[in-house]
Design a protein around this ligand. Sequence first.
Ligand SMILES: [Zn+2]
Length: 241
Amino acid sequence: MLVATLISVAFGADQPPSPGVVVEWLRGDGSDEPATPTPEIDLQPTSLPELAEGNGFSYPIVGACLPESNLLLPGAPRAYRQGVHEGIDFYDVDSCVFVGSDTEVLAAKAGTVIRADHEYEELTAETAAEITAEIEESGSVSDAMLDLLRGRQVWIDHGDGMVTRYAHLDGVAGDIEVGSQIEQGQLIAYVGESGSIDAIDAPGSEVHLHFEIRVGEGYLGEGLEAAAVRQLYQQAFSPSR
Ligand SMILES: [Zn+2]
């Protein structure tokens, strides 16, 4: 059956899924979905400053939840660029709430805007082909190309080395500028699919929010197993106590 085929593609040893495959798989009936256990794990307290005081993050989309699929969480393989996923993908199929073009994106935590792409040049088929060729040739992708693949973005600095990034945006809210002081839950942007290679040939197929929590030089949960990543982000999104 289709779902089983897609899962075998998704978990084949040499062929981790492209985002499009993940979405196709998620649109199945879900009956073959692998379990995602969340055992008790000792988390590194230094990896999430401030949370001990209940000063956590809120979801960047109203009503959203952590996706059930580990493939949409940080640390998941991304074969098309020979790397790993560094954020959470909020797709309509696995976010507990409708996510579509122009769905509002909210600041996950108070902070200062350090990037707001009001001006943005859409990723062209030519550039996408160059990126694909470089990945095939070098076996990796440069930071500059990775940045192009995240499309239109907003970044917010929360202090203590923590930055949130909101990617693939369709637009940035008019009053959001570099230096703006942002409250938690404030409207900052709108969901889109900018920077998605698959969307060039199939517009509308990659509409989702890619959301990252950066800690220092890396991303929250970097190097952890999937279950530990899930637990860490559940903690990060816990309501303030
Ligand atoms: Zn993503």
